[in-house]
Write a protein of this length. Sequence first.
Length: 384
Amino acid sequence: MKIGIIGSGAMGSGIAQVASTAGHEVIISDTRETALDTSRSKLAKIMNRLIEKGRVDEATATGIQARISYTTDNKDMADCGLVIEAIVENLDIKKQVFKSLEEIVSSDAILASNTSSLSIASIASACERPERVVGIHFFNPAPLMKLVEIIPAIQSDEQVVATARQLIDDWGKTTVLAKDTPGFIVNRVARPFYGEALRILEEGIADVPTIDWAMKTLAGFRMGPFELMDYIGNDVNYTVTETVFKAFWYDPRYKPAFTQKRLSEAGYLGRKTGKGYYEYHENAIRPEPVKDEALGNQIVQRIVAMLINEAADASFLNIASRDDIDLAMTRGVNYPKGLLQWADEIGIAECVARMDALYHEYLEDRYRCSPLLRRMARDGVSFY
Ligand SMILES: NC(=O)c1ccc[n+]([C@@H]2O[C@H](COP(=O)([O-])OP(=O)(O)OC[C@H]3O[C@@H](n4cnc5c(N)ncnc54)[C@H](O)[C@@H]3O)[C@@H](O)[C@H]2O)c1
C-alpha cells in the first residue's frame, strides 16, 4: 500500500521514515518547497549516521530514501491507501486539507490525523465520508518512540480503525486505543508530572534541581520534570497544558503555571534557546540539588500520587483500557513503571490517603481523588 504524508515537518518526516523502513512507497507533501528540501536532507543525514553506527547497510538506507518521493501538490496522493496528515495544529486548516483530500484519493482510502490536541470528530466532520477518518498519534521522534495512539472518532468505521491499527503494528510500533478526548492518553495523564512539579516550585517547597533530582534518583524517571520541559520547549509544553486545560472546560486539575508562562514569554524556551529552567551554554554551571531524602520522598509521593490519580481517572472514564494506559506511559514517555501497576504497589488505600491529605490541605478541586480509587479502596481490590 502506498502511504501519503501531508506536512514534512518534524513529525511528517519521521512518520515517512517509519513507513518507508517498513517497505512502503511513501509520498510527502508540503506547501513549502524548502520544508521538503530540509526533510530530504535530514533523512540523508539520519541514514548516514545509521550506516556509520552499523544499524543499517548502505543498500537498505538507499532503499529507504528511494521509496520516499516529495511533492507540493496533494493531487499526487491519488493512489495512496492511507494518508496521514501532520501539518500545523490548526483545526480550520486541517479541515480544509481533509475536505480537499477526499476529492483526490479513492473512495476506500483511509485518512488519518497526527493531531496532538484537536478532536478527531471535528476533523472528520469536514469529510463526505467521515467514517474513513481516524487519529494516528505518533510521538516525537517518530522513528524512535515505540508508542502510537490510535483514536477512533465517533464517526469512524470499526474496520477502518482495525486496518489502521494492524498496519501500524506491522511497522513495529506498540499501539494503544484511546477515546477521542483532549490529550488522548499520554498528553492527559502526564500533565501532573509538569504541573505538580511547578506547583511545588511555586510554593517554595523545593527548587528546580532538587525536584529533578528526587524524580530521577528516588522515583526512577529518566529525566526530571524541569529537564524534560526544557527539552520539549517551554513554549510547546505550556501550549499543550493550556490547550488541555481549556478543552476540559477549565478543570483546575490541568491549570497551567505562571512560572512556565513567564519563561515562555521571556523566550527562555529551554535547550533550543540556550536557557530555560537551566542554562545550556558551554560554561553553564548546573546548580546543585538539596539531597535531602525526606524532602525528596515528599516531592515524589506528591507528584506520583497526582499521576496515579490522573491515570485512574482516565480508566474510570474509559479513556483507554488498564493495560493501554500503563503501556502508553511506559512506551510513550518512558515512565519507569505503569502508573496503575505503581498504584497497586503503593496500595490503593494509600493512594487515596495521599490525595485526601492534599485535598484537605488545600481545599482545591485540583486535588480531588478519582472515584475509581476510592471505590477500589473501599472494595479492597487492585488494578492487577
Ligand atoms: N512535534 C511534536 O512533538 C508532535 C508530537 C505528536 C504530534 N504532533 C502533531 O503533529 C502535527 C505536525 O507537527 P510538527 O511538529 O511536525 O510541525 P512542524 O511545524 O514541524 O511541521 C508542519 C509542516 O506542515 C507544513 N504545512 C502547513 N500547512 C500545510 C498544508 N496545508 N499542506 C501541507 N503542508 C502544510 C508546514 O510547512 C510544515 O513543514 C501537529 O498536528 C502536531 O500537533 C506533534
